[in-house]
Write a protein that binds this ligand. Structure first.
Ligand code: SF4
Length: 693
């Protein structure tokens, strides 16, 4: 009822990569409630987070003034009470805080590194990477894509020539078969999951592959609950069957691919009969899945972090790409490869160059011509041609003494990094830490200066969802107190670093981005203000954008995609007598990542107020633990005490821990070993001991 609110503003949900469009209803200067509107991804739908998870923006813990660490503060990293922060910090004016932040970084070159954020807008991500590259002359700038889909992007770039999805998830309406592997969309991409369920109601065959059972199981034609870490064995066995039974699409392979001979020869060793004991799926089921997928008129493959967060994450994605290529399932309606992106702007932040090896649009920093094109637009000197350090490598470099200061915008490595005590001790070692955020996060506990930033409902800017849809976010309410939009803070810092920036709005930044980003061709700020969303690539000012790409070849040499054979690599931290079970981590429906927003949202926190882990009933019985009681989880990195929940979806030798809870932080336990290509940590597999508390 329009009497319920004074104004309504269209924007984008800040949580997952589905990118649902929302209408923010404002009364008395506050967002009162949220409705879904007809965006291209959500068609009016919202999940519980999008509908009820907005009130954190008005939470009493918001940082409303710039804060500088007091000289007499107790040690860095102590838990700062958000309602009694005065013992650690003192208020400062913006001028003092910005001067202080800049003075601690200026002229220090490689001693300074930056973590940007997938929660910020494209313009803010672009400015952040520019600030590090132009301001310090190197590429040590990264963000949480490293912890999310870096291995998927590495495999897609290598074999398809582009890191983004080849088709929107909504294309499932034109498919007759779909694989969902290592993803739990009902919890993590809930609105996308509603389209997946509808697809099965129309007769589509849904093949779900996951070591953990999940709600989509009820809709699946095949549920393959395989052994954790056995993805490559299972996928190679499926492809072996396709080769052995001649089910591949030779015409497509000849027209659009290379290296098929090597792939075919490699797969000879992976018969379903040989792989069945390794992956825990019967050979006949593997053969049936192969026939079902290869027999589809149109088929899609969706994957999540169950695929990417392994030391063999890139190999997992290589297999999925090969499976799609050998069956010709790319580039047509209802076909395609779709890594379901996590954060609402992880696609856009990556596109905008917030990664250490690429400038915007995945243009390599190692290419002299590429750097020259950017420095010419920036009016600045050349910067390093060396690929920069990634998220976890930056923390190692802090321990080694090479990096001494950091600028962290909206990330929370003190909760999100693997083996988090390693990250926390690195943050404590820094001599200058600038944190820009909306709350005093666990990372801000280590800050020398905190710059109060804006939440999604307080800022202008574009974000890009998992579907490659560039969408317009608009402010509905002003930031509280003296908090400011993030782009403004970045510009003011850059001025003090001597970079001569003069942007007056995010629209100015977007206009500059367009000069070196072909993905934004035909997409203008004005167009987005009018239409809310345009999918890239957009072929003309009238084209709403291409939902499907690569129907006529790939952005690789000779237009050909590549088969890259994948071998089996064991997980890094395998169970033994001391740590006999397998730990896996992830998200749950009600909470988002490190919990800084959703645990301050009344409805969401009310639904899931307590740190919990999931164990099979037989495991609980063996431990003598009743559901609701606590268990102690111990790995080689550390130990947490956490409430146990009974869950038949988890195998008897596994424990699942959501990573949103600081009081039982899952990443105290996780293994920092990384995939050699995507440099992503193995969050999905650690050896663990589970004991009654
Ligand atoms: Fe927000 Fe994702 Fe839920 Fe949509 S599905 S409302 S984008 S959290």
């Amino acid at each position: 009822d329009s009497a319920d609110y004074d104004s309504e503003v269209e924007s984008i949900c800040p949580f997952c990569g589905v990118g649902c469009q929302v209408s923010l209803k404002v009364k008395d200067g506050k967002v009162k409630y949220v409705d879904g509107i007809n965006g291209p991804a959500n068609e009016g739908r919202l999940c519980v987070k999008g509908r009820f998870g907005f009130d954190y923006i008005h939470h009493k813990h918001r940082v409303t003034k710039p804060l500088i660490r007091r000289e007499d503060a107790p040690g860095k990293g102590l838990n700062v009470d958000p309602e009694n922060w005065q013992t650690h910090f003192r208020e400062a004016s913006w001028d003092e805080a910005l001067d202080f932040a800049a003075a601690g970084m200026k002229g220090r070159g490689r001693e300074i590194a930056g973590f940007g954020s997938a929660k910020c807008t494209n313009e803010e991500a672009y400015l952040f990477q520019k600030l590090i590259r132009q301001g310090f002359g190197h590429n040590n700038v990264d963000h949480c894509t490293r912890l999310c889909h870096a291995s998927s992007v590495a495999a897609l770039m290598e074999n398809v020539g582009s890191g983004a999805v080849t088709a929107t998830f909504n294309e499932i309406e034109n498919a007759d078969v779909a694989i969902v592997i290592g993803a739990n969309p009902v919890e993590n991409h809930p609105v996308a999951a509603t389209f997946f369920k509808q697809f099965t109601k129309r007769g589509g065959k849904l093949i779900v592959m996951d070591p953990r059972g999940q709600a989509l199981k009820r809709f699946a034609s095949h549920m393959l609950q395989f052994r954790p870490g056995a993805d490559v064995s299972m996928l190679n066995a499926i492809m072996h069957t396709i080769v052995e039974e001649g089910l591949y699409d030779q015409q497509y392979i000849d027209a659009y691919t290379e290296n098929w001979g090597a792939e075919k020869a490699h797969l000879a060793d992976f018969s379903p009969e040989a792989m069945a004991p390794i992956c825990g799926i019967e050979a006949e089921v593997l053969r049936d899945v192969a026939r079902t997928f290869a027999g589809a008129k149109a088929a899609m493959i969706f994957w999540g972090m169950g695929v990417s967060q392994h030391i063999h994450g890139t190999d997992n994605s290589r297999c999925l790409i090969s499976l799609a290529l050998m069956t010709g399932q790319v580039g047509r309606p209802g076909s395609g490869l779709h890594p379901l992106r996590g954060q609402n702007n992880v696609q856009g932040a990556s596109d905008a160059g917030l990664i250490p090896m690429f400038l915007p649009d995945y243009q390599p920093v190692t290419d002299d011509g590429v750097r020259a094109a950017f420095t010419s637009v920036w009016g600045s000197e050349d910067f390093s041609k060396e690929k920069g350090l990634t998220v976890t490598e930056i923390m190692d470099a802090v321990h080694d003494g090479a990096i001494k200061g950091m600028y962290v915008l909206g990330e929370n490595p003190a909760m999100s990094d693997p083996d988090v005590e390693h990250a926390r001790s690195a943050l404590a070692k820094l001599d200058h830490l600038v944190v820009q955020d909306i709350f005093i996060t666990e990372t801000a506990n280590y800050a020398d200066v905190i710059l109060p930033a804006s939440a999604f409902a307080e800022k202008s800017g574009t974000v890009t969802n998992t579907n490659r849809q560039v969408q317009m976010g608009r402010p509905a309410v002003p930031p509280p107190g003296e908090a400011r939009e993030d782009w403004w803070i970045e510009v003011e810092l850059a001025k003090r670093l001597g970079l001569g920036w003069s942007y007056e709005s995010p629209a100015d930044v977007f206009a500059e981005m367009k000069q070196n980003m072909r993905s934004l061709e035909n997409i203008t700020w004005e167009r987005l203000m009018e239409q809310n969303a345009v999918t890239y690539p957009s072929l003309s000012p009238e084209d709403p954008g291409q939902a499907i790409v690569f129907g006529e070849g790939f952005p690789r040499p000779d237009g050909r995609a590549r088969f890259t054979p994948a071998s089996v690599i064991a997980p890094d931290d395998v169970p033994d007598a001391d740590y006999p079970m397998i730990l896996t981590t992830g998200r749950q429906l009600e909470h988002w990542h490190t919990g800084s927003m959703t645990r301050r949202s009344a409805v969401l926190d009310g639904l899931e107020p307590e740190a919990n882990c999931s164990l099979h009933p037989s495991t609980l019985r063996k431990l003598g633990v009743a559901p609701g009681e606590h268990v102690v989880l111990t790995t080689k990195r550390g130990s947490i005490s956490i409430m146990a929940r009974e869950d038949r979806a988890v195998a008897p030798d596994m424990v699942f821990v959501p990573f949103a809870y600081v009081e039982a932080a899952a990443n105290v336990l996780t293994n920092p070993a990384i995939d050699p290509y995507g440099k992503i940590p193995e969050f999905k597999f650690s050896a663990v001991r589970v004991e009654k508390a």
